[in-house]
Design a binder for this molecule. Sequence first.
Ligand SMILES: C[S@@+](CC[C@H](N)C(=O)[O-])C[C@H]1O[C@@H](n2cnc3c(N)ncnc32)[C@H](O)[C@@H]1O
Length: 389
Amino acid sequence: MELAPEQEFLVALQTSLAQEQLVKLTLSKCSPKSSELTHLYIRPILIKDRLQLSFTYRYTTKDIVKNYALKEAIAILEEQLGSHFLNATLLTTTADWLLQYNKKRKARLQQRNPSTTEIVGTEHNKQKNYLIAEDSPFLSNLGIASHGKIAKKQQDKFRQINKYIEVMSGLLEQADLPLVPQVVDMGCGKGYLTFALRQYLAQHQQDAKIVGIELRPNLVEFCNNQAAALGWNNLEFVAQDILTYDNDKIDVLIALHACDIATDIAIAKGIKANAPLIVTAPCCHKQIRRAMRSSQTVNNSLAPLLKNGIVEERQAEIITDGIRALLLEAHGYQTKVFEFISSEHTAKNLLITAVKKTNKEQPDPQLLAQIEAIKADFGIETHYLETLL
Ligand SMILES: C[S@@+](CC[C@H](N)C(=O)[O-])C[C@H]1O[C@@H](n2cnc3c(N)ncnc32)[C@H](O)[C@@H]1O
């Protein structure tokens, strides 16, 4: 008798476990898309010499790890597959198995050649399960790792890469993206985060076309050489000022630590292209600070506080990024502003994320009025992002 796809999938899981061939199992594409629980990562683990399955429940803001005996684990999977999660990828050393559910919850199972033939250690907590593994070849190409081990001085960079990918994994699930999204990374520098995203998408069998835009030609040449060396032909870098970059087909717009108004230019390009997902990490905030300084009309009770340079600087940051988020909302985006890695690792750690929720003919007038009021309070004539929209 022929087995249903999900049963065949669970048999493949149990067989791989019995034959010590299980690498990992990932459940993704949650339903509903707005769910806080975005992924479930499962790997074998030895606890007091007994083989169990370790489940990492990834929520938008936290991870929860629980370990289960096989029978209990299978019962949970039976419940989750096709209900909360619509994709499941089982990696074993002999084959990869991909279980996918369509909108009608009909399952389809594909078997592919194994993407890895190595088993990760199963000792409890032997190694942290990073989304981007430290032996990913691109990390060596970019000089972050050597022989599969992260260089001592690059530990912070490695943590930042993984934190960024963790945030992106949740956002990519929430955004309404086409089958092969066009990703544009503006001001990509040496491309650490651009390469990391390419790696993550490939790990999840997600096709994409990725472009990094960077002013400095030497960095662009370096990145293109490394992409070619890795055989990554869907990743390319272009030496260009983002101001002159014209593309109305952008699905994921990224601008991380691009200087001052470069962040505004990037956000405006994303909004104009109607990008389903915009992710920016602002850098310096000179434009609004200058506007506050030159103003004679700071109008609110905070004015005396702004005599102190550091307070004025922080206030300028809050106003700059707060108005950016409000403008995104006015254009139909759901935004979040948060620190994406502890400030002990990098001072530039604020992230503004925006997922397109509604198409608006005109920006929301109520939100625009709120922005006007804030500007009036601080004597700011204009926020640079407004002038671009
Ligand atoms: C601080 S680096 C950040 C690199 C990378 N995004 C990251 O977060 O690791 C900022 C990069 O943006 C580039 N950049 C700044 N303004 C730009 C512009 N107008 N057009 C293109 N690139 C720009 C700079 O050359 C620099 O390499």
